[in-house]
Design a protein. Structure first.
Length: 286
């Protein structure tokens, strides 16, 4: 089985765990948030207790009016002999880009922090068993309230990081953005092309799926690389698909045998009421 540990990259050295405000352990390019230093809420104990019960709620089975006995089947639906692996692909909440802050350390905006708090309640219904995240601060801050609530660890995978177009937040990146979707080999000198970023992210997702077969996983990442991943799954998903992603957003990916698909029928109840358009992202002036 392939290891989740990605190849080291310059971006890994730029991550500053201090911006998270939570203990982060790292091994090379992979680390995890240690919930031992976080005071669990009563709901965290309830959540862990729920997962240990003989019967656990399951979104798929609930639609049929029942639950799956844990001793007979975990929280996946099986067709034939192969289990379904479910990944909830989470785009981070609204961030606050700044020329004075390192790209990987851009924090959530004040609204983004509120979104992260409200997102926690929505994620509780999904039965997420493990979280894997980009090392960038805006992703870690998005899942931090959920981590505190349920007491899960967050595995940090560097290959889930955002692709840097090579321009600052105050520059007009429209032309570069469009060019990067029209020509997947295009890149400014010293930066990733769409093809390279797509290959990196697809590799990370493939390893995550292989390591968590039959389980329900949350993966927190970024709009550009999520869009490129959707394009990998179906070439009809292009720039317009990526531009429709919200902050935050939650997509469901289903993997069965050798097939990986984006479940377009899934909509997380309550998400639309708190999500914002990426165009509304505030740019810090100092």
């Amino acid at each position: 089985m392939a290891s989740l540990r990605p190849h080291p990259s310059p971006a890994a050295d730029k991550f500053n765990p201090a911006v998270l405000g939570t203990t982060v352990k790292r091994t090379g390019a992979v680390g995890w948030i240690d919930p031992a230093g976080i005071e669990p809420s009563p709901s965290a104990r309830d959540y862990r207790s729920l997962r240990r019960k003989e019967h656990i709620p399951n979104p798929e089975r609930a639609a049929l009016g029942g639950s799956i006995p844990r001793r007979e089947a975990p929280s996946w639906v099986s067709f034939g002999t192969m289990p379904i692996t479910t990944v909830y692909l989470i785009r981070h909440a609204q961030s606050r880009p700044s020329e004075q802050v390192r790209y990987s350390d851009w924090p959530l905006s004040e609204l983004g922090r509120q979104q992260a708090d409200r997102l926690t309640g929505l994620l509780l219904s999904l039965g997420i068993e493990r979280l894997v995240s980009s090392p960038f601060a805006r992703c870690l801050q998005t899942v931090q309230p959920f981590v505190r609530r349920v007491g899960l660890q967050v595995v940090v995978c560097d290959d889930l990081r955002e692709r840097h177009l090579g321009i600052g937040p105050n520059e007009d990146f429209g032309a570069i953005w469009r060019k990067s979707w029209e020509d997947f080999s295009f890149a400014l000198p010293g930066f990733e092309s769409s093809r390279d970023a797509q290959r990196r992210f697809v590799g990370a997702m493939t390893r995550i799926l292989r390591q968590h077969e039959g389980r329900t996983i949350g993966v927190c990442a970024h709009g550009n690389v999520i869009g490129l991943y959707l394009n990998h799954l179906d070439g009809r998903n292009g720039r317009e698909t990526a531009e429709r992603l919200m902050n935050p957003d939650v997509l469901r990916i289903r993997a069965h045998d050798s097939t990986v698909e984006w479940d377009r029928t899934f909509q997380l109840p309550g998400l639309e009421a708190l999500a914002t358009d990426h165009a509304d992202t505030p740019i810090a002036t100092q």
